[in-house]
Write a protein that binds this ligand. Sequence first.
Ligand code: HEM
Ligand SMILES: *[C@@H]1O[C@H](CO)[C@@H](O)[C@H](O)[C@H]1NC(C)=O
Ligand SMILES: *[C@@H]1O[C@H](CO)[C@@H](O)[C@H](O)[C@H]1NC(C)=O
Ligand SMILES: *[C@@H]1O[C@H](CO)[C@@H](O)[C@H](O)[C@H]1NC(C)=O
Length: 483
Amino acid sequence: MGSKVNSGLLVLAIFAVFLLRRQRRRYALAISHGCAPPVAYQPKEPLSGFDFQMRMYSHIPFLYELHQRYGETYQVRSWVSLPAICTIAPENIRAINMSKDFGVEPMRLPGLGYFCGSGFITTDGDTWKHARKLLKPSFDMSNIRDLSTLRGEVNSLLEQVPKDGSTIDLQPLLYVMFLNSALHFVLGVHPAEQQSGAPITADEFVKSFHSALFYSMFRVVLGPAWKLLPQKRYERTCAKAHEFLDYYINQALEENNGHKSKSLIGELSMQTDDLDFIRSQVIQAMMAAQDTTSELLTNTLFLLARHPSYWEQLRNEFIGVPEDNLSAEKLMGSTLIANILHETLRLYPIFVLLGRLALRDTVLPVGGGPNHDRPIFVQKGAMVVMAYYALHRNRSVFGDDIEEFRPERWNSIKPEQWEFMGFGGGNRACLGQQKATVEAAYVLARLTQSFAKLESRDSQDWKGEMKLTCKSANGCKVALYAK
Ligand code: HEM
Ligand SMILES: *[C@@H]1O[C@H](CO)[C@@H](O)[C@H](O)[C@H]1NC(C)=O
Ligand SMILES: *[C@@H]1O[C@H](CO)[C@@H](O)[C@H](O)[C@H]1NC(C)=O
Ligand SMILES: *[C@@H]1O[C@H](CO)[C@@H](O)[C@H](O)[C@H]1NC(C)=O
């Protein structure tokens, strides 16, 4: 009995010394960098800051409003968790890219790992680097240049759109279009021409993919409490999606006789024969590809419908161009399109905010103290939130009329690397940027060739709806006129 108490005390004492030492190390780190805490925002619900979390996801301009009130860096304090640091100081965003001290793995892998394994979305360090390296060849110009799948999709979209000016919501049509194009990019087959040997149809795969993703996000939010819920259905849904992909991966691995394949599965199976690894990359690529481009395009058309002069300019630029001449190079060479897409992403970023976790005790260069000019100590496990929606509304970078849709501003402004983050930047910058840009441009060119006029049929202001990405909550209700 006595010795039990003694060893208990010993463990406690060792733990206390450990805590004290750690505290002292932290203090020393903070002092040596001249750190000062950033100004604090106090959530209304002080325990966990639940109202802050809710509002951050449900009201897109929320973090921007706080930045206007508190400056470019502030912290959000709560009783049970470490303070979250919200920053849009370009110096800090840059530092987060340069430093190995910030990552995503601890907040993503435990929840998402069962469904989508280890890959560029769920890991940091060497695992992430390896995944990114193997993914890269799929985004070569040679793969991006082939617009034949998208051509078919646009043709069928054009058949579905009424030409007489009746109202249509383009958002669901664009979604299906880019979902099909993403499936083709990933599998190398169009969902309409699926193989009879596949365990389920492409439609069923998409359903299980979405539901697995939905439950996985839930899992991320719940953390360890997830284990208390029944798992069977989730596991079955994941297994269904996995089986479908494994069928195509195994096929690619068997067929692999050295000739260059254009699908992601084909590319990956030439570089490795690790089925789990390929499947994880493929699911994560689907996550990045399935809705992003269509959301950008929906927002673009939402804005163009309210600013008809740009539709006219686009039509003038593309009306005489034969379909065959709409090459990736030509589309990427259009300043008008580049300006329009940039301006849309500036106003309504698809990634409204991105979070990074401090992987160890570390320091951010600016934002501390009343003048926001001192470094900030960031404790291991603390979250840093970068609100790109707010970053893109910096008047000294973009001009005073920041809420205006004015694509031509991009002819005169020159945002630095960390001042515009539409496609992210630095180490983790979007690999799909060129692909997404070319494909969005292609659809815009085809639409402006086919329709003389685009008219808005929705008087509400743009409102965002955020899941993983942020889309227009009210879709894109418009009328199109052939003449
Ligand atoms: C308009 C469309 C798109 C936008 C706005 C967009 C935006 C972004 C952003 C902001 C990031 C950075 C994420 C971070 O910092 O954690 C990112 C990463 C990435 N995106 Fe995109 N994306 C788009 C389309 C696509 C498409 C179509 C694909 C694939 C087909 C793709 C593949 C990727 C990949 C692989 C990464 C991860 C890079 C890494 O972590 O190493 N993206 N994207
Ligand atoms: C706006 O951008 C400039 C230049 O990058 C930067 O110095 C300034 O701190 C930013 N302002 C805000 C409010 O973020
Ligand atoms: C991001 O950081 C890495 C080092 O981690 C560096 O090599 C790279 O150049 C940085 N990117 C930019 C755009 O500064
Ligand atoms: C289409 O491309 C061909 C060959 O590249 C070129 O000769 C022709 O002038 C182009 N036509 C138009 C209208 O751009």
